[in-house]
Write a protein that binds this ligand. Structure first.
Ligand SMILES: Cc1cc2nc3c(=O)[nH]c(=O)nc-3n(C[C@H](O)[C@H](O)[C@H](O)COP(=O)(O)OP(=O)(O)OC[C@H]3O[C@@H](n4cnc5c(N)ncnc54)[C@H](O)[C@@H]3O)c2cc1C
Length: 546
């Protein structure tokens, strides 16, 4: 089916012709857990790797991850139990084979990360400290520095990459579009480097395979836990190149991001659910625990249930936050168990030991993305995707806590193995037949974020989605000159448009997709919405689960 009343989307971004080019064996776009893990495994295969990243090497979601990495490391736990918990969270849409790969290969990948130098919290006897998070029925979450797991993972991978002279790192470079050979195979990318010398400006890097590891798309909303680089570039690039994108309607909203006027950014600090796990309560402005009676687990109900409960209070009161009360946990305990959270709230003038913490839901994780098979291959030969940009099938309609860092580790390795098995010679890009590209102005970003939050956020309905679709169509009519902020705004508009198309079509509530007008999960919707961009029109199809 064609999604007819949506705006046309560009098949390529307006940009100058590449003024320079270079070649590498494998090009990796992105330097979070997925990209850096892929680069290191590709080097084990003796390949020359170039990693291109938008800002600095550490600027992605990975370093912000708090809770930990889920893996079966306790002899009393089993991969089958981890798979079962993952599939329950995914509400019937997980690919069982992908889940099996994740839970069976995860422990080995975590041990490799430890050998590489990542240091996780340990018990006094030296064993790894394992905790539990929402949705897990066993203790299988490893963490570092209490609530600073991502920072440690990023540090270890960053240092390993810097130790290898055969990994070329290009920072401050925005990847724009995919280059394809006459036979359709991916053979490189175009990019805009903000650097000194001959590479400054638009260039091309030719490669025998391309790995997308560009992370999430949280910046399509007005508040998100994701950093400013999470603009869905990889999904937008893949769509423009003709790849299949799926499950984008399933955006996980974290119920408790820290609302503070001192953080002048769309990115909001996360207040981990572990704080509720330790006994903190959600209260409204009158001090009432509004989750009690809504779900048997009250504040510890699944993330989407709590996000919805908070959203309803906000809608009823017109406030922009509710409160988390952690005062009874005590200063010493809070400082020791949650050093990152305590530091970020205190920096904004809120002491959780003596004050209520203002919180509200924020976009947190994209369960969908560029569709891949079990080797990380997309529908375009030579183009791979891993990490949050990819939809491997492990998350289904909702991601189980702490499964995403694991997914990055597991599928990055599979991609490296697959690339090493059959790497064709370098091909020349075919002449561009996509027609003229265009970009929208940078200020589309803020308008789009507000519109998506109003109409396609935690709670959705046909009316709210229709209104957002209209606003996106209006924003898409604008044109601007190519530059980084305009390229990013165009990517945001592209992924937002696809998300709204999917959310309108899926007339049911499942996982983290909540339709107020269709409040239950329907058997007929047990399947995936697939999207491709064809002649600037979005094409949508439905694939039933086997
Ligand atoms: C606050 C927070 C807490 C979280 N806690 C946990 C947790 O406890 N456990 C867990 O498993 N998961 C957690 N997650 C999710 C997890 O951190 C992410 O899903 C994961 O880190 C994504 O890794 P990635 O490598 O795919 O992407 P990222 O780490 O986001 O890296 C993406 C990279 O791509 C680059 N990039 C993007 N676009 C371009 C472009 N056009 N050109 C060049 N480079 C580009 C970026 O600059 C960046 O380097 C959390 C996420 C957040 C935001």
């Amino acid at each position: 089916m064609d999604v007819a009343d949506l705006p046309e989307l560009p098949r390529r971004l307006a940009a100058a012709e590449p003024g320079w080019n270079e070649t590498t064996d494998v090009l990796v776009v992105g330097s979070g857990v997925a990209g850096l893990t892929a680069a290191l495994h590709l080097r084990e295969q003796g390949l020359h790797v170039t990693v291109v990243t938008k800002v600095n090497i550490d600027d992605g979601s990975t370093r912000w991850a708090q809770g930990g990495i889920a893996a079966v490391l306790d002899p009393l736990d089993t991969p089958a139990a981890h798979a079962n918990d993952t599939e329950i969270a995914g509400v019937g849409l997980c690919d069982p084979e992908a889940v099996r790969v994740l839970v069976e290969e995860g422990p080995a990948r975590v041990r490799e990360l430890i050998r590489l130098g990542a240091s996780f919290d340990r018990n006094s006897d030296g064993s790894l400290m394992l905790t539990r998070e929402g949705g897990h029925r066993a203790d299988r979450i490893i963490h570092a520095g209490g609530d600073a797991t991502g920072a440690e993972v990023q540090r270890a991978l960053h240092e390993a990459v810097h130790r290898d002279p055969w990994i070329r790192l290009v920072e401050h470079a925005l990847v724009l579009d995919l280059l394809r050979a006459p036979d359709g195979r991916a053979c490189g990318i175009t990019l805009h480097v903000l650097g000194e010398g001959s590479e400054d400006g638009v260039g091309a890097i030719l490669a025998r395979a391309v790995v997308l590891a560009t992370g999430g798309m949280g910046q399509i909303y007005a508040s998100t836990t994701n950093p400013s680089v999470s603009t869905g570039d990889g999904v937008a690039l893949a769509l423009r190149a003709g790849a299949v994108v799926t499950d984008v309607e399933f955006v996980q909203f974290h119920p408790t991001s820290f609302v503070t006027s001192t953080v002048n950014s769309v990115q909001r600090p996360l207040i981990s659910e572990a704080l509720r796990g330790e006994g903190a309560h959600l209260v409204d402005e009158t001090g009432k625990r509004f989750m009690v009676g809504q779900h048997e687990l009250a504040e510890l109900a699944p993330r989407d249930v709590v996000a919805k409960g908070i959203h309803r209070v906000l809608r009823a009161t017109g406030a922009d936050h509710v409160y988390l009360d952690a005062r009874h946990l005590g200063r010493e305990f809070l400082e020791q168990r949650f050093p990152t959270i305590v530091a970020s709230t205190r920096a904004a003038g809120v002491d959780p030991a003596t004050e209520l913490i203002p919180v509200a839901p924020a976009a947190h994780y994209a369960s969908g993305g560029v569709r891949t098979d079990l080797q990380g291959r997309t529908s375009i030969p030579g183009l791979y995707a891993c990490g949050e940009v990819a939809c491997t099938g492990v998350h289904g309609a909702n991601r189980l806590a702490s499964n995403s860092l694991l997914e990055g580790l597991v599928f990055a390795k599979r991609i490296a193995d697959d690339i090493a098995r059959e790497l064709p010679p370098q091909a020349e890009p075919a002449p561009d037949t996509a027609g003229p590209g265009w970009v929208v102005p940078p200020d589309v970003r803020a308008e789009l974020q507000r519109s998506m939050t109003r109409g396609a956020g935690v709670l959705r309905s046909a009316d709210s989605l229709d209104a957002t679709a209209k606003e996106l169509a209006r924003l898409a009519e604008q044109r601007d000159t190519p530059r980084n902020a305009a390229w990013e705004a165009t990517n945001l508009l592209t992924v937002a448009t696809v998300l709204v198309a999917a959310a309108r079509t899926r007339r049911e509530t499942r996982g983290c997709h909540w339709r107020e007008d269709f409040p239950v999960a329907e058997d007929e919707w047990r399947g995936h919405l697939l999207h491709t961009l064809d002649r600037a029109r979005l094409h949508q199809s439905f694939e039933e689960m086997a």
